[in-house]
Write a protein that binds this ligand. Structure first.
Ligand code: TXA
Ligand code: MG
Length: 333
């Protein structure tokens, strides 16, 4: 038995993401179950977006506030267009970046099958067409939109391996499709496309500059970290919370801190600290994004009280990496 709709008291089964595993995952999803699966960004926790009971279980499993809407994942841009209205800008973006790590928030069509709960009652819907050799065939097999927030408990660091998923959600979900570490390691870029000029709701794996260059248009800004009204309701100031305190832009390390380094030159005092992980010894931001969440989890599992984080550039993917670190460092509510 794989699904028990009201409570999952058993441990999640882990299956390899081969064709049999994908077929089983599709069956569990269609039956109202909760399945963690890899995407090119992070592991998502999937539920049938049209099934309010399944979506309610998903919010409960993550302990996620129900005012925080979910992204509907589709196998193709055509399937996405059955759900939301893409204006000219959104259509160009979809054509260029889908399948891929871009999420578009657009007005929901009247026939939008994504349940109210998943949309948190909003008249918009967030759409994403992942490019991943497991996620894409899985969505095709389900044949319905699948909501998939990152497969972690709400507020925790996002998972980039099946083990991360089990650490947070082992007793709360039905199945984990293990497809190995996710290649990009950082969530999708989210753009509000309800107007012709898009607005950045969450910096992510596709850098702002790439999108602006393609569109020939600037992306408007959403609220800064710590602002009052989050534009994406889930972008609360404190997120990705580690147990250990984070100290950002550190040019030196204290002996009682761990170090999250970046690039070839280490901050002063690095030789005296017990724990050092480098996001990218060569200073490559793509590699740093892929390592960010796993390194944060690993340093947080040590006995240190604080983690010093070396300066990260603000350019390209650095915007998204710095965004996650700022939220991880923000004071807890
Ligand atoms: O890379 C990703 O996007 C991953 C993988 C699994 O696809 N998913 C992910 O989902 O990061 P989640 O739930 O952790 O983050 C989704 C964000 C939240 O901040 C939520 O508030 C925002 O998207 N969002 C969803 N629907 C929205 C809407 N209609 N308007 C504004 N923001 C929305
Ligand atoms: Mg998340």
């Amino acid at each position: 038995m794989t699904t028990s709709p009201d409570s999952v008291k058993h441990r999640a089964r882990v299956v390899p993401a081969d064709s049999a595993g994908i077929a089983e995952a599709a069956r569990v999803l269609a039956g109202g179950g909760l399945v963690a699966f890899p995407t090119e960004t992070v592991y998502g926790l999937g539920a049938d977006a049209t099934d309010a009971r399944a979506v309610a279980r998903l919010y409960a499993a993550k302990e996620r506030p129900t005012f925080n809407p979910l992204i509907a994942h589709l196998a193709s841009a055509d399937a996405a267009k059955e759900i939301g209205r893409l204006n000219a800008t959104a259509s160009r973006l979809a054509e260029k970046f889908w399948p891929g790590p871009l999420t578009l928030v657009v007005p929901a069509l009247p026939r939008c099958p994504v349940c109210e709960l998943a949309r948190a009652g909003l008249d918009t819907v967030a759409l994403r067409v992942p490019a991943h050799p497991v996620a894409n065939p899985l969505l095709r097999a389900v044949g319905k939109p699948v909501v998939a927030p990152s497969a972690n408990r709400s507020g925790h660091v996002s998972p980039t391996t099946a083990v991360h998923v089990l650490t947070d959600l082992r007793d709360r979900i039905d199945l984990v499709l293990d497809g190995g570490p996710t290649p990009l390691g950082l969530e999708s870029t989210i753009l509000d496309c309800t107007r012709e000029q898009p607005r950045m709701l969450r910096p992510g794996t596709i850098p702002r500059g790439d999108i602006e260059e393609f569109l020939g248009m600037a992306i408007a800004d959403s609220m800064p970290v710590g602002g009052e009204a989050p534009a994406a309701p889930g972008q609360l100031a404190s997120h990705y919370a580690t147990r250990a305190k984070l100290r950002l832009d550190a040019d030196s390390v204290r002996p009682d801190e761990a170090l999250l380094a970046f690039g070839p030159s280490l901050p002063q005092g690095a030789e005296r600290t017990a724990y050092v992980l480098n996001l990218s010894p060569n200073g490559d931001l793509v590699e740093a994004a892929a390592n960010l969440f796993a390194h944060l989890r690993a340093l947080d599992a040590t006995d240190v009280h604080a983690i010093a984080v070396a300066p990260i550039p603000t350019t390209g993917l650095g915007e998204a990496i710095r965004d996650r670190l700022l939220r991880a460092a923000a004071p807890r509510p």
